[in-house]
Design a protein. Sequence first.
Length: 111
Amino acid sequence: MSNPLNSRRVFMLRVACGGAALSATHAFAADPVSNEKLTENDAYAKSMGFRLDSSKVDKVKYPRHAADQKCSSCQLFSGAPGAEWGPCSFFGGRLVNKEGWCRNFKVKKAA
């Protein structure tokens, strides 16, 4: 006799349940807005030249940096107008200071 736990129906049920569990896990893990503030000590932030204060960017290492380039005027920053911190899509939605800067700065286009 065949084992009822090895039937095609049981297999399909397990696949469906497993897929649903993975989808639910992904939905919770893919939160686009984080409450975590990005620091200059973060390894990825360091590799991107991230600074909390745009005026402290190394002008020799990043000669394209301009004084008016700040996170608040970058198209990747989605903080509320006037907010001190806001999510940055480049850093996975982590919060960046509006006065910050990284080498991936993109001028915000007019709406």
